[in-house]
Design a protein around this ligand. Structure first.
Ligand code: C5P
Length: 223
């Protein structure tokens, strides 16, 4: 029998990461940040000079990708690429942009599918991304789709970057985010969209605590 799983999908900046981390902590479950996997592949491809249009080579690289996260300590949850902490490097916009380009390639997605499913381990998994409820874990009993207005998501991203000491321009963040939403929503393979049985929560005017409360109600009702 498969162990428990719940999914949290939505566009960038909707609060998936924060909510998924907290729900996983409360439940004592594993966490899969699937966006980090696409970002890891993006970083590897940028460093290794792989042409983003070379589908065969990218899929091969994806199959060999060393997917690992720091388990304990100050860096817990940080992504590792061949043992190196790359948590910060994968968050920059060049990586996000490249990730979104690679993620539109069906061969890449296929190469990463089983690797993502392998994170489903007892006692359970909270998986966040774009297609967790539609493609990777379609049998999940609890599926959440988080949204927020593009302006609000850009504001959150801006605040997050400022806190990290990174200067950023709100208008260009908004433009980048819209371009990424477009690409993620329009691609043919695993586009960003709520699963038929997902519960959509608009977080634009809600606090993190309120959203966690709603998500936990769903979890408690279904599990
Ligand atoms: O969520 P995050 O911004 O880290 O994801 C980076 C990119 O990876 C997204 O813009 C999207 O194109 C892609 N992605 C995806 N499927 C997922 C998670 C992320 O296509 N499950």
């Amino acid at each position: 029998e498969q162990s428990a799983v719940m999914t949290i999908d939505g566009p960038g900046g909707a609060g998936k990461g924060t909510i998924a981390r907290e729900v996983a902590r409360v439940l004592g479950w594993h966490l899969l940040d699937s966006g980090a996997i696409y970002r890891l592949l993006a970083l590897a491809s940028l460093r290794e000079g792989i042409d983003p249009g070379d589908s065969a080579r990218l899929a091969e690289r994806a199959g060999l990708l060393d997917i690992d996260f720091v388990v304990e300590g100050d860096n817990a949850g940080a992504a590792l690429l061949e043992g190196e902490v790359v948590a910060k490097a994968i968050r920059d916009e060049a990586c996000g942009e490249r990730a979104s380009v690679l993620a539109a390639d069906p061969a890449v997605r296929e190469a990463l599918k089983a690797r993502q499913q392998a994170f489903r381990q007892p006692p359970g998994l909270v998986a966040d991304g774009r297609d967790m409820g539609t493609v990777i874990f379609p049998d999940a009993p609890v599926k959440i789709f988080l949204t927020a207005s593009a302006e609000e998501r850009a504001r959150r991203r801006h605040k997050q970057l400022m806190e990290q000491g990174v200067t950023a321009n709100l208008d260009s963040l908004l433009q980048e985010l819209r371009a990424r939403d477009e690409r993620d929503s329009r691609r043919e393979t695993a586009p960003l969209k709520p699963a038929g049985d997902a519960i959509t929560i608009d977080t634009t005017e809600q606090s993190i605590e309120a959203v966690i409360g709603t998500v936990m109600e769903q979890v408690n009702a279904c599990l």
